[in-house]
Design a protein around this ligand. Structure first.
Ligand SMILES: [Zn+2]
Length: 163
């Protein structure tokens, strides 16, 4: 008779999952099934991994936000206007855009500190709308051009429905 290779395992999370143990030796399947029962099911295991990852991402974001706040003060940048979610995101976006601009224009480029101040920081201080920074998050390569002609931005303007 055929030896069964499909086993319903009741996992410790309470879910039952079918496992194909065809690649296990027949004599090892009972032991492996018992071991599986002590583990969470595949879905629960994945969810747990996702939560771990998102916690790491959150820690990274918090660290970046802290640096961004320090830079906001140091570079005399305005406190961003928008919803809480927008301002937190835009703070990180602005920080990275300006930091990358400094690296490419001054450290690796021909721009001097004074020109960076007048071409990048001075116009950046006029843009307090979180939305603008978020919209331009991928425009790092033309930061000087877009800051020179930022469009209509009023402080506090947001496309998000306040209701
Ligand atoms: Zn489960």
């Amino acid at each position: 008779m055929a030896i069964p290779t499909l086993f319903d395992v009741q996992h410790k999370c309470g879910h039952t999952q079918e496992h194909n143990l065809a690649d296990k030796a027949a004599g090892e399947r009972a032991g492996f099934t018992a071991w599986l029962a002590q583990q969470p099911c595949t879905d629960c295991w994945k969810k747990r991994q996702d939560r771990k990852v998102s916690k790491e991402v959150q820690t990274e974001r918090a660290a970046l936000e802290e640096q961004a706040l320090e830079d906001q003060e140091r570079s005399e940048l305005p406190i961003l206007a928008g919803s809480a979610k927008q301002t937190s995101w835009a703070l990180r976006v602005r920080y990275e855009l300006l930091r990358d601009a400094y690296t490419s224009l001054v450290e690796e480029g021909a721009l001097d500190e004074d020109s960076f101040e007048s071409d990048v920081l001075v116009p950046a201080r006029r843009v307090a709308a979180a939305r603008w920074w978020i919209d331009n998050r991928d425009n790092g390569a033309m930061i000087v051009e877009i800051l020179a002609d930022p469009g209509q931005i009023e402080v506090g303007e947001t496309n998000e429905n306040p209701y």
